[in-house]
Design a protein around this ligand. Sequence first.
Ligand SMILES: [Zn+2]
Length: 101
Amino acid sequence: MPQREKASACAICRRELPEKDFFIVRIEGFYTPELPEFTLEDLANATRSEIQRICARMRTAGAEELLELEEEVYRNYTYLMCRDCYRRYISRPLPAPEELY
Ligand SMILES: [Zn+2]
């Protein structure tokens, strides 16, 4: 998506948007992976090679996890909306649970 979106049609009602009178709605979803936890005692008792092994494991696990969860790690959507649709949308941006399930 270019930095400055060009007006086209409203994402909801599909009416043509005026050149300088529309709204941009951006939705981003992030996955928040949990890294393995280590205590200070674990680190104090670890040798240099153990620390290197742990760091290598964390890097590998992170990369594999990101690849496996590619679709869930980060998603973003950009919608252009006319004034009327934006007002209705922004007053209740999340659907009710019964609309999702
Ligand atoms: Zn609209």
